[in-house]
Design a protein around this ligand. Sequence first.
Ligand SMILES: [Zn+2]
Ligand SMILES: [Zn+2]
Length: 111
Amino acid sequence: MPSNAPRARANRPPRLSLPPSLLTPSTLARRVEVVAGRLQRVSFMVRSLREAAINALQQYEQLLDGEATCRGCGCTESRACPGGCYWVEDPKHLGDLCSACVPGKAVRHAR
Ligand SMILES: [Zn+2]
Ligand SMILES: [Zn+2]
């Protein structure tokens, strides 16, 4: 089978370059929009990576402190979820889990 099969190009983003004759203000604006959209996606990825790293670090620090930490949301004995939570048995037995992270258990607080 030839290695340069056409389907390998299917995922490539559309080309941004246009012939000068097509560079009207509206096509320029469209190009700016496309680039801005890509930048937004990248910054979103960076942001969620950063949040994940901070979250992991916080959980690690709490582990070092020896305090029980919910594996779902990272709340602890001294820092419960907003509205309060309590420890429940983890159905999968992977670690500590609080009531806010177990669907169905949290209903107990709802009216
Ligand atoms: Zn939780
Ligand atoms: Zn909690």
